[in-house]
Design a protein around this ligand. Structure first.
Ligand code: SF4
Ligand code: SF4
Length: 279
């Protein structure tokens, strides 16, 4: 979300809690059915991409190429991934006459609608996660009659699983280490994008480069990341915390030599799939 909009939300929107009730019902009998699935900006988290590419039986590189756009955050140039609307109609590629064709795997933002969520950065007591209601003139869902509390909506839309997977990613995004220019070199940002979003490519990088010779990874975890995308995503976040911010989330297999100190380990100089390098 652009920072100006985020700031506006923090300042202007009534802050709703989990027990706040709201009126909303969406369905094919609404005149506006499917209209909200066009010309819309949908930010995809790594878990959103993971769910969609699996549902569509696509390789992550193919999914990213076909269905996403990559933008850069203004402040730090950190890549953000957006769902690409079709060029002809500006519709979401997954919307059809019957509605969302990927409904069980739809992104977090689609599940949450018409709710938004914000987390102020200030560390004071009042600064906690809150929800807000998005009301757009196009949307007839607010006519009701159905009533939900925000807590009920989160459960009905199966948002908890997404929040659980997205927690470590959001923690990585909020890491104070982003303030260091060392963390935002082009090579490191490319690595960030690949490790989080292009999981099949990242897996090839881990298994086909010297990665596992250099890092001590438990056998059970190696097996898990070989087969399971969720496990691989958690591993990718550990790797990025180490690579970008020198967190102790990975262990080197061998003591580093004096000429190549452990703290000098950084992102690969080649693209994942190529050779791992030390700086
Ligand atoms: S505009 Fe609102 S009511 Fe209409 S389909 Fe979209 S979410 Fe449902
Ligand atoms: S993913 Fe589904 S719900 Fe979300 S915009 Fe596309 S069609 Fe609509």
């Amino acid at each position: 979300m652009p920072e100006s909009i985020q700031q506006q939300i923090l300042e202007d929107q009534p802050r709703l809690g989990l027990d706040t009730r709201f009126t909303f019902r969406c369905g094919p009998d609404r005149e506006c059915f499917n209209r909200c699935c066009a010309d819309v900006t949908i930010l995809l988290s790594p878990y959103d991409v993971l769910r969609l590419k699996k549902a569509l039986h696509m390789d992550s590189s193919e999914f990213l190429e076909k269905h996403t756009l990559v933008a850069r955050s203004r402040e730090r140039q950190v890549p953000v991934v957006l769902l690409r609307m079709t060029e002809e109609t500006r519709q979401c590629p997954f919307v059809g006459q019957a509605g969302c064709s990927v409904y069980p795997h739809r992104p977090w933002a689609c599940r949450m609608y018409p709710l938004g969520m914000a987390e102020p950065k200030e560390p004071d007591a009042a600064a906690q996660r809150f929800y807000f209601l998005v009301t757009e003139t196009i949307c007839q869902g607010h006519r009701g009659p159905d009533q939900h509390s925000i807590r009920e909506w989160i459960t009905e839309q199966e948002i908890e699983a997404f929040d659980q997977m997205q927690g470590p990613f959001l923690a990585l995004l909020a890491h104070p280490g982003w303030d260091s220019p060392e963390s935002t070199t082009a090579a490191k940002l490319d690595m960030y994008l690949t490790a989080l979003y292009d999981l099949d490519r990242f897996r090839r990088f881990v298994f086909e480069s010297r990665f596992l010779e250099l890092f001590e990874v438990e056998e059970s975890r190696i097996q898990a990341i070989a087969e399971d995308d969720e496990e691989l995503l958690e591993f990718a976040i550990d790797w990025l915390a180490f690579s970008l911010f020198h967190e102790k989330t990975m262990r080197l297999r061998k003591p580093a030599s004096a000429s190549q100190p452990a703290s000098g380990i950084s992102a690969p100089t080649e693209q994942p799939g190529g050779e791992y390098a030390q700086s």
